[in-house]
Design a protein around this ligand. Structure first.
Ligand SMILES: NC(=O)C1=CN([C@@H]2O[C@H](COP(=O)(O)OP(=O)(O)OC[C@H]3O[C@@H](n4cnc5c(N)ncnc54)[C@H](OP(=O)(O)O)[C@@H]3O)[C@@H](O)[C@H]2O)C=CC1
Ligand SMILES: Nc1nc(=O)c2c([nH]1)NC[C@@H]1CN(c3ccc(C(=O)N[C@@H](CCC(=O)O)C(=O)O)cc3)C=[N+]21
Length: 299
Protein backbone atom coordinates (compact mmCIF):
# COMPACT_ATOMS: atom_id res chain seq x y z
CA UNK A 1 0.00 0.00 0.00
CA UNK A 2 1.49 3.26 -1.07
CA UNK A 3 -0.14 6.33 0.37
CA UNK A 4 2.62 8.92 0.30
CA UNK A 5 2.94 11.68 -2.28
CA UNK A 6 5.81 10.85 -4.61
CA UNK A 7 7.94 13.98 -4.98
CA UNK A 8 8.83 13.99 -8.66
CA UNK A 9 12.41 15.27 -8.90
CA UNK A 10 12.56 14.76 -12.62
CA UNK A 11 9.59 17.06 -13.23
CA UNK A 12 10.80 19.67 -10.72
CA UNK A 13 14.26 19.61 -12.28
CA UNK A 14 12.76 20.16 -15.75
CA UNK A 15 11.02 23.28 -14.42
CA UNK A 16 14.29 24.62 -12.99
CA UNK A 17 16.07 23.96 -16.27
CA UNK A 18 13.44 26.06 -18.09
CA UNK A 19 14.15 28.94 -15.68
CA UNK A 20 17.91 28.50 -16.22
CA UNK A 21 17.43 28.60 -20.00
CA UNK A 22 15.44 31.82 -19.77
CA UNK A 23 18.05 33.37 -17.48
CA UNK A 24 20.77 32.30 -19.90
CA UNK A 25 18.93 33.82 -22.86
CA UNK A 26 18.52 37.08 -20.92
CA UNK A 27 22.33 37.35 -20.52
CA UNK A 28 23.00 36.95 -24.24
CA UNK A 29 24.90 38.05 -26.24
CA UNK A 30 27.33 39.68 -23.80
CA UNK A 31 27.68 36.74 -21.44
CA UNK A 32 27.36 33.01 -22.07
CA UNK A 33 27.50 30.99 -18.83
CA UNK A 34 30.53 28.65 -18.96
CA UNK A 35 30.83 25.40 -16.98
CA UNK A 36 34.02 23.33 -16.77
CA UNK A 37 33.66 19.77 -15.48
CA UNK A 38 36.87 17.97 -14.56
CA UNK A 39 37.17 14.25 -13.94
CA UNK A 40 40.29 12.33 -12.99
CA UNK A 41 40.21 8.61 -13.78
CA UNK A 42 37.90 6.36 -15.69
CA UNK A 43 35.39 5.18 -13.09
CA UNK A 44 32.42 4.29 -15.36
CA UNK A 45 29.69 5.57 -12.98
CA UNK A 46 31.50 8.91 -12.55
CA UNK A 47 31.96 9.15 -16.32
CA UNK A 48 28.19 8.79 -16.76
CA UNK A 49 27.43 11.59 -14.27
CA UNK A 50 30.05 13.90 -15.76
CA UNK A 51 28.66 13.22 -19.23
CA UNK A 52 25.11 14.09 -18.15
CA UNK A 53 26.31 17.31 -16.47
CA UNK A 54 28.13 18.40 -19.64
CA UNK A 55 25.12 17.49 -21.82
CA UNK A 56 22.71 19.38 -19.61
CA UNK A 57 25.01 22.43 -19.67
CA UNK A 58 24.90 22.40 -23.49
CA UNK A 59 21.13 21.97 -23.41
CA UNK A 60 20.90 25.11 -21.23
CA UNK A 61 22.86 27.09 -23.82
CA UNK A 62 26.07 27.21 -21.79
CA UNK A 63 29.62 27.07 -22.99
CA UNK A 64 30.52 23.60 -21.70
CA UNK A 65 33.97 22.07 -21.41
CA UNK A 66 34.90 18.66 -20.08
CA UNK A 67 38.42 17.73 -19.00
CA UNK A 68 39.07 14.00 -18.63
CA UNK A 69 42.45 13.41 -16.98
CA UNK A 70 44.16 10.03 -16.54
CA UNK A 71 43.87 8.31 -13.14
CA UNK A 72 47.61 8.73 -12.51
CA UNK A 73 47.50 12.55 -12.93
CA UNK A 74 49.80 14.34 -10.45
CA UNK A 75 48.18 16.76 -8.02
CA UNK A 76 50.31 19.63 -9.38
CA UNK A 77 48.92 19.09 -12.88
CA UNK A 78 45.33 19.21 -11.65
CA UNK A 79 46.08 22.37 -9.63
CA UNK A 80 47.60 23.94 -12.76
CA UNK A 81 44.45 23.14 -14.78
CA UNK A 82 42.32 24.74 -12.06
CA UNK A 83 44.51 27.85 -12.10
CA UNK A 84 43.94 28.10 -15.86
CA UNK A 85 40.17 27.71 -15.43
CA UNK A 86 40.17 30.31 -12.62
CA UNK A 87 41.85 32.76 -15.02
CA UNK A 88 39.55 31.95 -17.97
CA UNK A 89 36.87 34.65 -18.30
CA UNK A 90 34.69 32.30 -20.40
CA UNK A 91 34.37 29.89 -17.44
CA UNK A 92 31.99 30.86 -14.61
CA UNK A 93 31.67 27.50 -12.87
CA UNK A 94 34.22 24.77 -12.11
CA UNK A 95 33.26 21.30 -10.90
CA UNK A 96 35.88 18.69 -10.03
CA UNK A 97 34.18 15.32 -9.79
CA UNK A 98 34.76 13.55 -6.45
CA UNK A 99 36.18 11.24 -5.28
CA UNK A 100 39.71 11.88 -6.56
CA UNK A 101 42.46 9.25 -6.76
CA UNK A 102 44.55 8.79 -3.58
CA UNK A 103 47.65 10.71 -4.78
CA UNK A 104 45.53 13.90 -4.95
CA UNK A 105 44.49 15.87 -1.85
CA UNK A 106 40.84 16.69 -2.59
CA UNK A 107 40.78 19.44 0.01
CA UNK A 108 43.71 21.25 -1.59
CA UNK A 109 42.02 20.98 -4.99
CA UNK A 110 38.71 22.37 -3.69
CA UNK A 111 40.39 25.30 -1.93
CA UNK A 112 42.26 26.16 -5.14
CA UNK A 113 39.02 26.76 -7.05
CA UNK A 114 38.08 30.46 -7.14
CA UNK A 115 35.25 30.75 -4.58
CA UNK A 116 33.27 32.81 -7.13
CA UNK A 117 33.41 29.83 -9.56
CA UNK A 118 32.79 27.17 -6.91
CA UNK A 119 29.41 25.99 -8.19
CA UNK A 120 29.66 22.86 -5.99
CA UNK A 121 29.74 25.08 -2.89
CA UNK A 122 32.62 23.15 -1.32
CA UNK A 123 35.13 26.02 -0.92
CA UNK A 124 35.70 27.17 2.69
CA UNK A 125 34.31 30.63 1.89
CA UNK A 126 31.04 29.18 0.65
CA UNK A 127 30.85 26.65 3.48
CA UNK A 128 31.45 29.53 5.92
CA UNK A 129 28.78 31.70 4.32
CA UNK A 130 26.25 28.88 4.57
CA UNK A 131 27.18 28.23 8.19
CA UNK A 132 26.94 31.88 9.25
CA UNK A 133 23.62 32.74 7.67
CA UNK A 134 25.00 34.49 4.56
CA UNK A 135 23.20 31.97 2.37
CA UNK A 136 22.31 34.45 -0.38
CA UNK A 137 26.02 35.17 -0.94
CA UNK A 138 27.01 31.49 -0.87
CA UNK A 139 27.04 28.82 -3.50
CA UNK A 140 25.05 26.10 -1.76
CA UNK A 141 26.03 22.48 -2.56
CA UNK A 142 23.74 21.18 -5.30
CA UNK A 143 22.39 18.02 -3.67
CA UNK A 144 21.26 19.67 -0.40
CA UNK A 145 19.99 22.71 -2.32
CA UNK A 146 17.87 20.48 -4.55
CA UNK A 147 16.68 18.45 -1.56
CA UNK A 148 15.52 21.64 0.19
CA UNK A 149 13.52 22.74 -2.83
CA UNK A 150 11.72 19.38 -2.81
CA UNK A 151 11.05 19.67 0.90
CA UNK A 152 9.81 23.25 0.57
CA UNK A 153 7.35 22.17 -2.10
CA UNK A 154 5.65 19.97 0.50
CA UNK A 155 6.20 21.89 3.75
CA UNK A 156 6.74 25.52 2.72
CA UNK A 157 9.64 27.78 3.64
CA UNK A 158 9.38 27.78 7.41
CA UNK A 159 10.11 24.53 9.21
CA UNK A 160 9.58 25.98 12.72
CA UNK A 161 8.54 23.33 15.21
CA UNK A 162 9.59 20.42 12.97
CA UNK A 163 12.25 17.92 13.88
CA UNK A 164 14.65 16.94 11.10
CA UNK A 165 17.03 14.00 11.16
CA UNK A 166 19.84 13.86 8.60
CA UNK A 167 21.50 10.45 8.39
CA UNK A 168 25.04 11.03 7.09
CA UNK A 169 27.60 13.73 7.91
CA UNK A 170 29.62 14.18 4.73
CA UNK A 171 30.81 17.62 3.67
CA UNK A 172 29.00 17.29 0.35
CA UNK A 173 25.58 16.20 1.57
CA UNK A 174 24.90 15.62 5.28
CA UNK A 175 26.49 18.69 6.85
CA UNK A 176 25.27 21.31 4.34
CA UNK A 177 21.81 19.71 4.40
CA UNK A 178 21.72 20.10 8.18
CA UNK A 179 22.73 23.78 7.85
CA UNK A 180 19.93 24.46 5.36
CA UNK A 181 17.37 22.78 7.60
CA UNK A 182 18.63 24.80 10.58
CA UNK A 183 18.44 28.02 8.57
CA UNK A 184 14.79 27.14 7.81
CA UNK A 185 14.17 26.84 11.61
CA UNK A 186 13.94 23.05 11.87
CA UNK A 187 15.28 21.35 15.01
CA UNK A 188 18.10 19.30 13.53
CA UNK A 189 19.80 16.04 14.49
CA UNK A 190 22.73 14.68 12.47
CA UNK A 191 23.07 10.89 12.73
CA UNK A 192 25.96 8.77 11.46
CA UNK A 193 27.64 5.39 11.78
CA UNK A 194 28.32 5.87 15.52
CA UNK A 195 24.74 6.82 16.36
CA UNK A 196 23.08 4.53 18.89
CA UNK A 197 19.64 3.15 18.05
CA UNK A 198 19.40 4.87 14.70
CA UNK A 199 15.91 3.46 14.08
CA UNK A 200 14.56 5.23 17.18
CA UNK A 201 16.30 8.49 16.23
CA UNK A 202 14.75 8.31 12.76
CA UNK A 203 11.30 7.57 14.20
CA UNK A 204 11.38 10.99 15.86
CA UNK A 205 11.79 12.80 12.54
CA UNK A 206 9.10 14.92 10.89
CA UNK A 207 11.69 15.34 8.12
CA UNK A 208 14.01 12.41 7.40
CA UNK A 209 16.97 12.85 5.04
CA UNK A 210 18.97 9.73 4.16
CA UNK A 211 22.50 10.29 2.78
CA UNK A 212 24.33 7.13 3.73
CA UNK A 213 25.13 5.02 0.69
CA UNK A 214 23.60 1.76 1.98
CA UNK A 215 20.87 0.23 -0.18
CA UNK A 216 17.45 0.33 1.52
CA UNK A 217 18.97 0.51 5.02
CA UNK A 218 16.13 2.68 6.31
CA UNK A 219 13.08 0.49 6.77
CA UNK A 220 9.40 1.43 6.87
CA UNK A 221 9.14 1.12 10.65
CA UNK A 222 11.93 3.72 11.07
CA UNK A 223 9.64 6.31 9.49
CA UNK A 224 7.30 8.42 11.58
CA UNK A 225 3.67 8.43 10.42
CA UNK A 226 3.24 11.52 8.20
CA UNK A 227 6.96 12.28 7.82
CA UNK A 228 8.53 13.78 4.70
CA UNK A 229 11.36 11.54 3.48
CA UNK A 230 14.20 12.75 1.22
CA UNK A 231 16.27 9.84 -0.10
CA UNK A 232 19.64 11.07 -1.33
CA UNK A 233 21.21 7.62 -1.64
CA UNK A 234 22.15 6.28 -5.07
CA UNK A 235 23.07 2.61 -4.88
CA UNK A 236 23.50 0.24 -7.80
CA UNK A 237 22.39 -3.28 -6.87
CA UNK A 238 22.11 -6.54 -8.77
CA UNK A 239 18.76 -7.14 -10.44
CA UNK A 240 18.80 -10.77 -11.60
CA UNK A 241 15.01 -10.52 -12.14
CA UNK A 242 15.81 -8.22 -15.08
CA UNK A 243 18.24 -10.73 -16.59
CA UNK A 244 21.71 -12.00 -15.83
CA UNK A 245 24.22 -9.28 -15.05
CA UNK A 246 21.52 -6.57 -14.89
CA UNK A 247 21.51 -3.92 -12.18
CA UNK A 248 19.12 -1.24 -10.90
CA UNK A 249 19.34 1.86 -8.73
CA UNK A 250 17.89 1.97 -5.22
CA UNK A 251 18.03 4.60 -2.52
CA UNK A 252 19.01 4.38 1.14
CA UNK A 253 15.32 4.02 2.03
CA UNK A 254 13.12 0.96 1.43
CA UNK A 255 10.70 2.95 -0.74
CA UNK A 256 7.50 0.90 -0.63
CA UNK A 257 7.69 0.33 3.13
CA UNK A 258 8.47 3.97 3.85
CA UNK A 259 5.80 5.22 1.44
CA UNK A 260 3.16 3.34 3.42
CA UNK A 261 3.84 5.62 6.42
CA UNK A 262 5.27 8.84 5.02
CA UNK A 263 3.24 11.85 3.86
CA UNK A 264 5.67 12.40 1.00
CA UNK A 265 8.83 10.72 -0.27
CA UNK A 266 11.36 11.13 -3.08
CA UNK A 267 11.95 8.15 -5.41
CA UNK A 268 15.29 6.76 -6.61
CA UNK A 269 15.93 7.21 -9.49
CA UNK A 270 14.00 10.34 -10.46
CA UNK A 271 14.27 12.15 -7.13
CA UNK A 272 17.23 14.02 -5.71
CA UNK A 273 19.59 13.01 -8.57
CA UNK A 274 17.99 15.10 -11.35
CA UNK A 275 17.54 17.98 -8.88
CA UNK A 276 21.28 17.91 -8.17
CA UNK A 277 22.09 18.41 -11.83
CA UNK A 278 19.47 21.17 -12.16
CA UNK A 279 20.97 23.02 -9.17
CA UNK A 280 24.42 22.80 -10.74
CA UNK A 281 23.03 24.59 -13.78
CA UNK A 282 21.29 27.13 -11.51
CA UNK A 283 24.53 27.81 -9.61
CA UNK A 284 26.41 28.24 -12.89
CA UNK A 285 23.95 30.77 -14.28
CA UNK A 286 24.11 32.60 -10.92
CA UNK A 287 27.92 32.70 -11.19
CA UNK A 288 27.61 34.16 -14.70
CA UNK A 289 25.18 36.86 -13.51
CA UNK A 290 27.53 37.81 -10.69
CA UNK A 291 30.49 37.96 -13.07
CA UNK A 292 28.45 40.24 -15.34
CA UNK A 293 27.67 42.50 -12.36
CA UNK A 294 23.95 41.75 -12.59
CA UNK A 295 21.50 40.61 -9.91
CA UNK A 296 21.13 36.85 -10.18
CA UNK A 297 17.61 35.50 -10.77
CA UNK A 298 15.96 33.62 -7.89
CA UNK A 299 15.76 29.91 -8.62
N1 LIG B 1 21.52 12.20 -5.49
C1 LIG B 1 22.67 12.82 -5.60
O1 LIG B 1 22.77 13.74 -6.36
C2 LIG B 1 23.83 12.41 -4.78
C3 LIG B 1 23.78 11.21 -4.15
N2 LIG B 1 24.78 10.81 -3.35
C4 LIG B 1 24.61 9.54 -2.68
O2 LIG B 1 24.29 9.79 -1.31
C5 LIG B 1 24.88 8.80 -0.49
C6 LIG B 1 25.79 9.47 0.52
O3 LIG B 1 26.80 10.15 -0.14
P1 LIG B 1 28.02 10.87 0.64
O4 LIG B 1 27.47 11.80 1.65
O5 LIG B 1 28.93 11.38 -0.38
O6 LIG B 1 28.66 9.57 1.35
P2 LIG B 1 29.83 9.39 2.41
O7 LIG B 1 30.27 7.99 2.27
O8 LIG B 1 30.79 10.51 2.34
O9 LIG B 1 29.07 9.53 3.81
C7 LIG B 1 28.17 8.55 4.27
C8 LIG B 1 27.69 8.91 5.66
O10 LIG B 1 26.83 7.85 6.06
C9 LIG B 1 27.19 7.43 7.37
N3 LIG B 1 26.93 6.01 7.54
C10 LIG B 1 27.56 4.97 6.91
N4 LIG B 1 27.06 3.80 7.35
C11 LIG B 1 26.12 4.10 8.26
C12 LIG B 1 25.27 3.31 9.08
N5 LIG B 1 25.27 2.00 9.03
N6 LIG B 1 24.44 3.96 9.90
C13 LIG B 1 24.41 5.30 9.96
N7 LIG B 1 25.19 6.10 9.21
C14 LIG B 1 26.03 5.50 8.38
C15 LIG B 1 28.67 7.73 7.49
O11 LIG B 1 28.97 7.87 8.87
P3 LIG B 1 30.46 8.19 9.43
O12 LIG B 1 30.69 9.64 9.12
O13 LIG B 1 30.35 7.91 10.87
O14 LIG B 1 31.36 7.29 8.69
C16 LIG B 1 28.80 9.02 6.69
O15 LIG B 1 28.58 10.15 7.50
C17 LIG B 1 25.56 7.83 -1.46
O16 LIG B 1 24.64 6.81 -1.79
C18 LIG B 1 25.84 8.68 -2.68
O17 LIG B 1 25.90 7.92 -3.85
C19 LIG B 1 25.85 11.63 -3.11
C20 LIG B 1 25.97 12.85 -3.72
C21 LIG B 1 24.96 13.31 -4.65
N1 LIG C 1 32.17 17.45 -7.22
C1 LIG C 1 31.11 16.65 -7.20
N2 LIG C 1 29.87 17.17 -7.18
C2 LIG C 1 28.77 16.35 -7.18
O1 LIG C 1 27.62 16.84 -7.15
C3 LIG C 1 28.96 14.93 -7.22
C4 LIG C 1 30.29 14.45 -7.23
N3 LIG C 1 31.33 15.32 -7.23
N4 LIG C 1 30.52 13.12 -7.25
C5 LIG C 1 29.45 12.15 -7.32
C6 LIG C 1 28.15 12.66 -6.74
C7 LIG C 1 26.95 11.92 -7.23
N5 LIG C 1 26.14 12.89 -7.95
C8 LIG C 1 24.98 12.58 -8.66
C9 LIG C 1 24.36 13.48 -9.49
C10 LIG C 1 23.25 13.15 -10.24
C11 LIG C 1 22.71 11.89 -10.16
C12 LIG C 1 21.53 11.53 -11.01
O2 LIG C 1 21.13 12.26 -11.88
N6 LIG C 1 20.92 10.35 -10.82
C13 LIG C 1 19.78 9.85 -11.60
C14 LIG C 1 20.07 8.47 -12.15
C15 LIG C 1 21.26 8.38 -13.02
C16 LIG C 1 21.50 6.95 -13.47
O3 LIG C 1 20.58 6.36 -14.05
O4 LIG C 1 22.62 6.43 -13.21
C17 LIG C 1 18.56 9.74 -10.72
O5 LIG C 1 18.73 9.63 -9.47
O6 LIG C 1 17.46 9.73 -11.23
C18 LIG C 1 23.30 10.99 -9.31
C19 LIG C 1 24.40 11.33 -8.55
C20 LIG C 1 26.78 14.09 -7.93
N7 LIG C 1 27.92 14.03 -7.24
Amino acid sequence: MTTATRIDGKAMAAGIIETVKAATAALAPHTVPGLAVVIVGEDPASQVYVGSKARMAEDCGFHSVKHVLPAETAEADLLALIADLNADAAIHGILVQLPLPPQIDANRVIQTIDADKDVDGFHLLNVGRLGTGAIDAAFVPCTPAGSMLMLRKILGDDLSGKTAVVVGRSNIVGKPMAQLLLAANATVTIAHSRTKDLAAVCRGADILVAAVGRPEMIRGDWVKEGAVVIDVGINRVDAPERGTGKTRLVGDVAYEEAAARAAAITPVPGGVGPMTIAMLMANTVTAAYRAAGKAAPRI
